[in-house]
Write a protein that binds this ligand. Sequence first.
Ligand SMILES: [Ca+2]
Ligand SMILES: [Ca+2]
Length: 129
Amino acid sequence: MRILPVSGVSSAALLLAATAHAQSAAPAQTIAPPPASAPNTLITELPPPGFRTMTMQTPQGPVTVQWGQPATLPNAADYKATVEQLDANGDGFVTPQELPEHHALSSEFRLVDKNHDGRITAEELSHWQ
Ligand SMILES: [Ca+2]
Ligand SMILES: [Ca+2]
């Protein structure tokens, strides 16, 4: 009895391996895709009041964006302030020095002061509210 050449064994082994691979690969193709109803967004719960959502279609699938801020701000009353209320020296303008500490207008003074003269007029304030 002769021993088979090594090359013959290798070919047989490769053939077996290829067959085994083909058999093991077949079931993988039968795995069912996720249900179409599965959520494909980052939203797991309804947004809080005051937030808005928008769903955009992207090549990777729909992407839902959520933005906004709570409807009730801790300093919401600051946004209803008038020049008359804030104008401590009665010159008709509001300056940063006249604003109470931590007033909402303090952090946004540069935005509200449209003409950057360091004073906020009633007209400028009306655009902010
Ligand atoms: Ca003033
Ligand atoms: Ca101004």
